[in-house]
Ligand binder design. Structure first.
Ligand code: MSP
Length: 529
């Protein structure tokens, strides 16, 4: 079974911002974790390139929509590469193969009697690409999200008969685990309880979209086309653009990760569209929260947008990944605070984790011939009752259980706690004092072995969350970092030994320890990011 996992397909009206980086980093951690466990993963990201918003943005920039999309989507692709995102696919909805998939899907929905013609009247937010529900009476209504005026629309469109799926969607929403976290599930439940209305899936007079077959003058509403990008993305490079071929590559999706603002599309409209086409439904939709900066909404007008490219360049991928995954409960809103960011990175990564490794391997090298000290058999055995062995086993259990729940914060804390315990143990045992006494060499060797072994496990646990730091730690211990990258042939599970490596006792006595270099530099930010 393939674990298919998606980020939203990002609009190309603008370059990536911290919100898009947040979702993508979280998905990357999940994809890496699953691969490390030996699962076959298909990690999809990409760009959503049609619709009025994109058309207008391109016009304003004096570019053709296609040229504009090419430029911005290339930016996205390059950015994810620099962040070391391990996506297996990057889909663009202007890919000609996507049009073929949309046509085939639409044919199924139409054959099922779910397409009708109707008159669409209402207030539209171009930035959301969405009709707003209730502002009919208001004068000069504006979008509550974008604070921009809504536009009145009155046109003949094709409609999807969403109302037909009321009961099925209602039941789906009750399915445990389909929508997470629970607070988001309740939002959707509320929305559905008010009764589902058919929604328009085409636009007239909008050239920048996929033409609706058999309905001249209509192009598909951008959301109808975009959601199907998840299916087009399944196609391998050599595949013909056939719906069934794509589906066989990894449908249904195991997980759609999205921000809370687009929950309705994923948890209501999308499943209904799939039901209509007779296709299986995704297993889970996770709606995460919104990021603010120093308590304020990020926006161009406020001039406080955090550019992920700048952040990466100045702070590095480990620091940002750590802060976002460790500090913000996944699902809740989160606030980016520069001081807190610096403090967490310096305390957790540079001091606690980095120094643990550095000072322990320096002592080991100095006193034990540049190699791993010989721990006692009882300390090294997989079921050792050494306090650090017990702590490591518990940390691994907590870590896995947390990631299964997409609780990155708890997973990160489990790894960090193990490092804290190992530091505590080292301070208690004080091998630097012991070494000054006679007959204590075996004890020191055993202590250092246990601490180094704990550091190895911390390094391994960090592999899905902070792949770079994890590799540096493991190399520092003379180990080979595990593979968690996109596989060359992603539908073949890459054999993984991560789970085996997590077992206590993996360090081999007398194996070489390379000369220590700091694995994590401190962040010294003198000005605002
Ligand atoms: N194109 C649609 C998605 C189509 S999926 C088939 C779209 N694109 S978007 O670029 O506007 O938004 C992408 C994601 O970024 C959404 O999940 C949205 O919730 C998220 N975020 C936008 N601003 C954000 C923050 N400030 N913080 C966190 N996530 C944010 O919607």
């Amino acid at each position: 079974m393939t674990y298919t996992l998606t980020t939203p397909l990002y609009y190309v009206n603008d370059r990536a911002h911290l919100g898009s980086a947040y979702t993508t980093l979280a998905c990357d951690a999940i994809a890496r974790y699953r691969r490390l466990k030996g699962e076959s993963v298909l990690f999809i990201t990409g760009c959503d390139e049609h619709g009025q918003k994109i058309q207008r943005t391109a016009e304003a920039a004096g570019m053709s929509p296609q040229a504009h999309c090419d430029a911005i989507s290339a930016d996205y692709r390059a950015l994810w590469e620099r962040w070391q995102i391990s996506n297996d696919r990057f889909i663009r909805t202007t890919d000609p193969r996507h049009q073929r998939i949309v046509e085939q899907f639409f044919a199924r929905v139409e054959a099922n009697g779910d397409i009708t013609e109707g008159r669409q009247q209402g207030w539209y937010c171009v930035a959301c690409e969405e009709f707003k529900d209730d502002p009919r009476e208001a004068q000069d209504p504006e979008c509550p999200i974008h604070r921009r005026p809504l536009e009145w629309r009155d046109e003949v469109n094709l409609f999807f008969r969403l109302s037909r799926y009321q009961d099925q969607i209602q039941a789906l929403i009750q399915t445990p685990g389909f929508i997470a976290p629970e607070s988001r599930r309740r939002e959707v439940e509320n929305f559905v309880a008010h009764g589902l209305r058919d929604f328009s899936i085409s636009r007239v007079n909008l050239p920048w979209g996929i033409p609706v077959p058999g309905h001249q003058g209509h192009t598909f509403y951008v959301w109808f086309d975009a959601l199907l990008g998840y299916i087009t993305a399944l196609l391998a490079a050599e595949d013909e653009p056939l719906l069934d071929t794509a589906l066989a590559r990894g449908w249904p999706a195991s997980l759609h990760v999205i921000g809370k603002d687009i929950l309705r599309f994923h948890a209501v409209y999308w499943p209904a569209m799939l039901l209509s086409a007779g296709l299986p439904l995704p297993a889970k939709v996770f709606g995460h929260g919104f990021l603010t900066r120093e308590g304020q909404k990020m926006g161009k007008s406020l001039g406080n947008v955090l550019d992920p490219a700048v952040l990466l360049e100045r702070c590095g991928t480990d620091a940002v990944r750590w802060y976002l995954l460790r500090d913000i409960p996944f699902g809740d809103d989160g606030d980016f605070q520069q001081q807190r960011f610096t403090d967490l990175v310096n305390n957790d990564l540079a001091n606690t984790i980095g120094n643990l490794l550095n000072r322990t391997s320096s002592m080991a090298r100095r006193w034990f011939d540049d190699g791993v000290p010989p721990g006692q058999d009882s300390t090294r055995s997989a079921d050792s009752s050494h306090p650090l062995a017990v702590a490591a086993t518990a940390a691994c259990r907590t870590f896995e259980a947390a990631l299964e729940q997409l609780d990155f914060r708890q997973a990160a804390e489990a790894a960090l706690q193990l490092a804290i315990q190992a530091n505590g143990y080292l301070n208690e045992q004080a091998p630097w004092s012991l070494m000054k006494r006679e007959g204590t060499r075996d004890q020191v060797a055993d202590d250092l072995y246990a601490v180094l072994e704990s550091a190895r496990i911390v390094g391994l646990l960090l592999a899905p969350l902070l792949p770079d730091l994890s590799s540096r730690m493991l190399l520092q211990l003379g180990q080979t970092p595990p593979q968690s990258l996109a596989a060359a042939a992603p539908d073949q599970p890459s054999p993984s030994s991560w789970v085996d490596q997590l077992r206590w006792g993996g360090l081999v006595p007398a194996s070489t320890l390379p000369e220590p270099v700091p694995v994590m530099a401190r962040l010294e930010l003198t000005e605002d990011l």
